[in-house]
Ligand binder design. Sequence first.
Ligand code: ATP
Length: 283
Amino acid sequence: MGRRNSRGSRTPIPSVCEVFVKNPEINIRGLTRRFAQSTAVDHIDLTVSEGDIFGLLGANGAGKTTVIKMLTTLLGPSAGTATVAGFDIVSQAHEVRRRIGYVPQMLSADGALTGYENLLLSARLYGVAEKRSRIEEALAFMGLGEYAGRLVKTYSGGMVRRLEIAQSMLHRPAVLFLDEPTIGLDPVARRAVWVHLKELNKDYHITILLTTHDMEEADNLCNDVAVMHTGQIAAHGSPEALKARVGHHATLEDVFAHFSGELEETGRLRDTAETRSSARHRG
Ligand code: ATP
């Protein structure tokens, strides 16, 4: 089977599976991180496909930040392997760093500099050639153009977050990691960040992996989620598939509670989910 190309030879026609299966952008196998007193990440396997917005969920201390730190090469694994954008996080850490952006949990922009100056620093750090045009594009994209010359300490929390996302996109990363991107933001600022992340994913084809405790955020943004519990992956799938697994009319909060060990008995959770749902439907 095949189709003739311009040189007259046959090229294989992709099978149905090849057409619909997306490439893995993050491929994690047996990834483990032990600390002196505990195992923060315990032999996890996970695949994040190219173009996904992937949500890593889990209770405090479940291991989410430790996973991000390993994938961004800030922390070495104790065992297991992972590739990001096709490169190994240990043996090809430098190649991984060139292809990722990272917005950490703690605010990281320098308040004593203007927005533009912060972006200039990042552009130098990432070795971006066409600094001025990239910075102006990123400022406009994140809705910060008119504030570029203002000191960041005068920005609102939402503007600082948007600036940090602008910093992380300057070098056109293949994968963007965000650790609780909207923590502490008011509802309007939070929604503005969601809109920008969706546009970044769509317009720049950036695969996004984020952690969040906000189930509305995960439901709104993510096409794929995993729930971590005590260092392991308790569940992985689309928000809709996971809701269906937990119970009729279950919400993502019910999914979180179910798989992060908040409720001990499966039956009880299913009852709870259905009771809450019935109450909602009754108004
Ligand atoms: P949160 O939602 O609160 O940010 P998390 O899911 O991101 O939590 P991690 O920060 O990855 O969880 O922590 C997982 C476990 O590893 C916790 O028990 C934490 O105390 C432990 N841990 C993380 N970093 C270190 C470290 N540098 N030294 C020792 N233990 C650590």
